[in-house]
Design a protein around this ligand. Structure first.
Ligand code: FPP
Length: 248
């Protein structure tokens, strides 16, 4: 049960929640375990969170699974993380599909092993027509790189003479990001107590509420998600205007 006294049912659920799943390594070292064990427990927390998000009525859940900067980790840890993604898709895709989850992937795919690219495509393909929770997997993802990709696409249109530079607007840049049809996140959660965004969704979070929780990711669960949502409901969202739009 949520430790927060505010009943969730009293407010609209955030439509899009995005999570920076941080603290796997610290969770493991606090227990004298290898970092890989922290990541494995992180996948279990991910399973629970996806289930809870669907039950709570969240429409879009974006998870930061592997950042463009994570390549700087030791090769053995990169192998662990790639292996976990492979296993997550092989073991969990059927259940996700059964539960109506639609998988989307954002990030740069060209640097990934061909079998990982195929698995990501298979997950998107199989779940394409599902109408339940949309699970957006940010993999080999960096926001600055995503914005640069959008700029490059727009530059090609200008070069080909189909777009005048005066027609470049914020909206057009948004339309050229990796998943332009998704709504911006209402709520960003980062676990582990760190209070920064680490190159995650920098364009899309212009008006998102940021909630930082001390819990290490492997300990995150439905109660922690509900508590973060309760904190979101206490915020006033004004979108640059004067009138507060609380709790949605
Ligand atoms: C941050 O913890 C987490 C990651 C770098 C990866 C997140 C990955 C998972 C939750 C499991 C993998 C899931 C899939 C689907 C691939 P950290 O290692 O930075 O922790 P630390 O800051 O305590 O060292």
């Amino acid at each position: 049960m949520s430790p927060n006294p505010i009943p969730l049912s009293a407010f609209a659920t955030p439509r899009h929640v995005a999570i920076i799943m941080d603290g796997n390594g610290r969770w493991a070292s606090a227990r004298g375990l290898p970092r890989g064990e922290g990541h494995r427990r992180g996948v279990e927390a991910l399973r629970k969170t996806v289930r809870a998000a669907g039950e709570i009525g969240i429409s879009f859940l974006t998870i930061f699974s592997f950042s463009a900067e994570n390549w700087s980790r030791p090769p053995s840890e990169i192998r662990d993380l790639m292996g976990l993604l492979r296993r997550f898709i092989r073991n969990d895709l059927a259940e996700l599909h059964q539960n109506g989850v639609k998988v989307r992937v954002i990030g740069e795919r060209t640097d990934l092993d061909p079998d990982i690219r195929r698995l990501l495509e298979e997950a998107e393909e199989l779940t394409r027509d599902n109408t339940g929770l949309t699970l957006v997997v940010a993999f080999n993802y960096g926001a600055r790189q995503e914005i640069a990709r959008a700029a490059a696409r727009i530059a090609v249109m200008v070069k080909n003479g189909v777009l005048d530079p005066s027609a470049i607007t914020a909206e057009l840049i948004g339309q050229n990001l990796d998943a332009p049809d998704l709504p911006d996140p209402d709520l960003i959660i980062r676990t582990s107590g760190e209070q920064r965004l680490s190159n995650f969704l920098l364009w899309q979070i212009a008006y998102s509420e940021l909630v930082f929780v001390p819990t290490y990711w492997p300990d995150f669960d439905r109660a922690a998600l509900e508590s973060a949502i309760a904190e979101y409901h206490r915020r006033e969202r004004r979108f640059g205007g004067l009138i507060a739009q609380t709790g949605s």
